[in-house]
Design a protein around this ligand. Structure first.
Ligand SMILES: *Cc1c(COP(=O)(O)O)cnc(C)c1O
Length: 372
């Protein structure tokens, strides 16, 4: 927390706005709209809920196909299942670790050939790095299929000077506890289409018709964000810039400490993009270092350093067994999964802690080198 959260929470208590609506919710939506330069925003209970609303608004239903990045957290694809639709997973590419335009093109080519284009494409910006939006959008626009930009991890990042999340028909952010800013749990749906957002607000409030007598003509959800949590979000937004700077500095320190070591390669930052560096991620080439990512992870765990694997690609998840997948060349996502590590990257991490992570990694690699 940054300090101002309690002030906004107190405002909610003092005015007795303890509900999934109220002045903090309205202000939080306005502030996100302003910061990202989008048309409008709807505050919801999670990033997952925001993706679900986006797919529902795009008319995704039973039997429809939705293309989705494979290298991501399961929340990107779960809402496809909620709608009874079928995901088709698209591989990552080396420049951004995000959706491969080449694989997407192939997927569209096949879909058009079989006369069953997807209803939507979910494009994820991994660990804060924007996807190749221009290339991806030009393919989706050619086939006239709308994009949902999953910017859950990339709030505060930019692509060609424009806020990450603002490139699709809909964009979504997450304020889960692990994200760059948090409301403990929460999310935001953004769009230029204010009519669609009005519908989102309606669906997220149990789709209650405009009548006094609790009338419902459509299936709705209880997805709005609490006025108390929105208060936390407002204070967090005030420090978003600082958080991005802190995370980028953390990346820089790791980069300076480790990038000269053969076999280690940091997640790239594509030209004309600015990543919030939500997590510092790197790959380790076992053939060069003599140690694989899993071994390095366990060596760090032994020193009480909590590092993590890269997301397990969704086309390799038991949940999605048998789902169609379009590779970049070969399966690049699984390569990143097998060789990738996310280092501790919290905004409040001390430099001393970071130097301990760096020296532990160096010592582990040296030991394995001597052993080998
Ligand atoms: C965190 C996350 C989500 C889901 O957000 P919640 O607020 O936790 O529901 C969706 N997509 C990605 C890529 C995420 O990292």
């Amino acid at each position: 927390m940054s300090g101002n959260e309690q002030k906004y929470i107190n405002e909610a208590f003092e005015s007795n706005w303890i509900a999934p609506l109220g002045p903090n919710v309205d202000a939080f939506e306005e502030e996100i709209t302003k910061i990202t330069g989008t048309g409008g925003a709807v505050a919801v209970s999670s990033g997952t809920a925001a993706i679900h609303l986006a797919l529902r608004l795009l008319g995704v239903g039973k039997g429809d196909k939705v293309f989705c990045s494979s290298l991501t957290f399961v929340a990107s694809a779960n809402p496809i299942l909620y709608q009874g639709a079928e995901p088709v997973f698209i591989d990552a590419e080396p420049d951004t670790w995000n959706m491969s335009p080449k694989a997407l093109e192939q997927a569209f080519h096949d879909a058009a050939y079989h006369g069953c284009l997807p209803k939507a494409v979910v494009i994820v910006n991994l660990y804060g790095q924007s996807s190749k939006m221009e290339e991806l959008l030009s393919i989706c626009n050619w086939y006239d299929v709308p994009v949902v930009e999953d910017a859950a991890e990339s709030l505060g990042s930019t692509y060609k000077g424009k806020a990450s999340g603002t490139f699709g028909k809909f964009g979504i952010y997450s304020f889960n506890g692990n994200k760059i800013i948090t409301t403990s749990g929460g999310g935001m749906l953004i769009s230029e289409d204010l009519e669609a957002l009005k519908k989102a607000r309606f669906l997220a409030t149990q789709a209650k018709d405009e009548a006094l007598h609790y009338q419902h003509s459509q299936q709705g959800y209880n997805y709005r964000l609490s006025n108390i949590l929105a208060g936390i979000g407002r204070a967090q937004l005030e420090v978003l810039r600082d958080r991005v700077e802190a995370r980028r500095l953390i990346f820089e320190i790791y980069n300076q400490g480790l990038s000269h070591i053969p076999g280690l390669q940091f997640m790239p930052e594509m030209e004309n993009t600015m990543s919030n560096r939500w997590l510092t991620a790197l790959t380790i080439d076992g053939n060069v270092t003599g140690i694989c990512a899993a071994e390095l992870l366990s060596a760090l765990t032994k020193e009480n350093i909590e590092a993590r694997p890269v997301w397990k690609p969704l086309h390799h998840q038991p949940l999605f067994a048998g789902t169609k997948f379009y590779p970049h060349d070969e399966d690049f996502s699984i390569k990143l999964f097998n060789t990738g590590i996310c280092l501790p990257s919290g905004s409040n991490m001390s430099e001393e802690d970071q130097l301990r992570v760096i020296s532990t990694i160096k010592a582990t690699l040296t030991k394995s080198f001597i052993k080998g």
